[in-house]
Design a protein around this ligand. Structure first.
Ligand code: FES
Length: 259
């Protein structure tokens, strides 16, 4: 869920009735995992600093107001955390409903079917129905009659190794952070607000191919949906058997997979 703390100072807290002792600086999310409790999440990952953008990992902490994100909240001695109250379950379903209302409902034919964290989390929070209408028109210009063009934004297929599909993006920023924190390239950013938010490969370029992207694959590895996906996976599916190695190209250790 979130990176490990290296502190030697230990802190004991209680999560859903279980006492757990973890290094100071550990997130509540990671402490819950140590106690065997999985908190739903989309934007957190083990190898990047917590960002707190998806709001799925909300918890209740006795004596504190509100429902803080467990990925960005550090543990404290004697803290009593609840991760599965009725209020939290309702909030998470509400958040997930908003994500899915703005997402293509093509799971059965999507190349990430069965390997998609958004799909997994929708199931984990118990989402059954979406009450809101799809906003398929964002990013697309009005036609000459001034009507909104109800089509998803087109994919960027320019990179030889992966595609970028803005319609499937949940703006979790994992790709942007992987580009910065894992690869150190700073090629990606989020531009726009609300429904217009999208991953951009730089204002000076109009595609991944002409951007500063070095095709290291860190962003593709970090993406929880089919937004950034290897072309080989789209064409032939996820390999059933793979060997993980580090190629000689840059030595970053991006887990290049060879069948
Ligand atoms: Fe905590 Fe996304 S996992 S806000």
């Amino acid at each position: 869920g979130t990176p490990e703390s290296k502190s030697k100072v230990m802190v004991t807290l209680n999560v859903d009735g279980f006492d757990v002792t973890v290094p100071e600086g550990t997130s509540v999310m990671r402490a819950a995992a140590e106690a065997g409790i999985t908190v739903p999440k989309l934007c957190a990952s083990d190898n990047m600093a917590a960002f707190g953008s998806c709001r799925l990992c909300l918890v209740e902490i006795e004596g504190r107001n509100g429902t803080p994100a467990s990925c960005t909240t550090p543990v404290a001695p004697g803290m009593k955390v609840h991760t599965q109250t009725g209020q939290l379950k309702q909030l998470r379903r509400g958040v997930m409903e908003l994500y899915i209302s703005d997402h293509p409902l093509d799971c059965l034919t999507c190349s990430a079917n069965g390997d998609c964290e958004l799909q997994d989390m929708a199931g984990a929070v118990g989402l059954r129905d979406v009450r809101y209408e799809a906003v398929e028109n964002h990013f697309t210009p009005k036609n000459t009659a001034g009507e909104l063009n109800r089509q998803w934004m087109p994919k960027d297929d320019s990179n030889p190794y992966f595609t970028y599909d803005p319609a499937k993006c949940i703006v979790c920023s994992r790709c942007v952070r992987a580009c910065e924190e894992v690869q150190g390239t700073f090629a990606l950013t989020i531009e726009g607000r609300g429904f217009d938010s999208r991953v951009s490969a730089g204002a000076a370029s109009d595609s991944f191919l002409t951007s500063d992207c070095v095709s290291c694959g860190a962003c593709v590895q970090a993406c929880p949906t089919a937004t950034l996906q290897e072309k080989s996976v789209i064409d032939i599916g996820t390999p059933e058997r793979s060997v993980i190695t580090t190629c000689a190209y840059c030595g970053v250790g991006c887990s290049f997979k060879a069948e």
